[in-house]
Design a protein around this ligand. Sequence first.
Ligand SMILES: Nc1ncnc2c1ncn2[C@@H]1O[C@H](COP(=O)(O)OP(=O)(O)O)[C@@H](O)[C@H]1O
Ligand SMILES: [Mg+2]
Length: 322
Amino acid sequence: MLLGTIALRVGEEIQLVFQCPGREVDAKIEEIKALIGKDNLKLQQSDSHPLNVRSGNSMQPESSNQKQQKMKIIAVYHNKGGVGKTTTVVNLAATFSKKGKRVLASDMDSQANTTFGTGLIKFDDEELDDIKDCNILQVLQSEEFYPISEVARTSAFNTPELDVVPSHIDLMQYESELNQLDYCRLSLLDKLKEVATQYDIVLIDTPPALNLYARIALITADYVLIPSDLKPFANQGLKNVKDFIKKVDAFRRQINKEPLKILGVLACNISTNAAFGKSTFKKRREAITTRYDLLVMENVIYSREVLAKCCEETQVVRVGSC
Ligand SMILES: Nc1ncnc2c1ncn2[C@@H]1O[C@H](COP(=O)(O)OP(=O)(O)O)[C@@H](O)[C@H]1O
Ligand SMILES: [Mg+2]
């Protein structure tokens, strides 16, 4: 016998006791972890929630009795800037990818921070800009050309690598022109359908605005995740977010697309100060549910000052002969 498991009833709860001879603990530790680990428990949860990920390489062909999961598109949106949208997109993309999911990140913010954060901006002089003519702008502008397969680039910022549709500062200046093109609202959605069997998850980073690009992201997505630092302006902005989603849903109805599913508010960049956590944070969290009728995710992304400062100390190292 490798392991023994006893189920004990303690009041209303069932306690599982794992038994293993002392000398075998070392050898069996992975097996024990697999039995009680978080990842394993997730396997038993419903797979309908896009943030429930299963470990394993989804690049592997699925057996006939494993249903092919539909590609899930998640927009990460809040109309306020600096609340953690880009940080969430980049880190979720890396996490999903490490879990074996085939990930595409699409940057729809003209600030191009996801494009930068995933290491696609390799030039330090605009003369060498190799993104200008092949980015999300052309995807939206062109009905026929610039499919995702041509525009997406492989980013090696993570292992395993993942794909990114880059953005560009030009996006800003073309907004009114694109506004005249009715089809551009559906360009990204249509082009993503062409790669639906190549990706499991698409994450869309959005601008801190109620503009055309944010609208397109929310029209395209199945789900929206709302990062927020829960500070007063971010909380007040949630009313705009909800009104904006309502307008997008009205458009989705016209194209027979079901309403956007709101995954909830993800608390980001939260102070680790104990007193803040006990009083202010608690009140701010509650306000989101009581005033804005939105769910707040249980997981909290705390502020990591030291890591944030590292970015300022980045040095570009060039390897090669030039
Ligand atoms: N958990 C965190 N800890 C420390 N700094 C963070 C954290 N999350 C975000 N930041 C920093 O806050 C700033 C804004 O985050 P960002 O993701 O760019 O927001 P947005 O995309 O909503 O504008 C960035 O400088 C980022 O590095
Ligand atoms: Mg951003």
